[in-house]
Design a protein around this ligand. Structure first.
Ligand SMILES: [Mn+2]
Length: 102
């Protein structure tokens, strides 16, 4: 089943697709199978570079999050900065990110 990754005309602050967590990661304490994120990207990661680990996809297998603890790289494909007003997950994500990199 395909997922709409460009959610236009839905407002950007409305989460529209689920995350599928792929391993125990910095996202595991924040998100679960019920979690929704917003999505407006027309490109995505095809193949992760060496050392990067897959943390989450959407249900259609598009890469939505990856990380490398050894280099302190933490990346997500959605836009938590736009979800902050309504979605406590988004603030938790930023708090976790800051804790990881400081
Ligand atoms: Mn997406």
């Amino acid at each position: 089943l395909s997922v709409k990754h460009n959610q236009y005309p839905t407002k950007w602050y409305v989460p529209t697709h689920h995350l599928v967590l792929q391993r125990q990661s910095w996202l595991s304490d924040i998100f679960d199978e019920k979690s929704l994120v917003n999505s407006f990207h027309h490109q995505a990661v095809k193949r992760l570079a060496d050392g990067l680990k897959l943390d989450a996809t959407s249900s259609d297998k598009v890469v939505e999050a990856f990380s490398d603890d050894s280099r302190r790289i933490y990346a997500v494909q959605w836009h938590p900065e736009i979800l902050l007003m309504d979605n406590p997950d988004a603030q938790e994500l930023f708090d976790s990110f800051v804790a990881k990199i400081e």
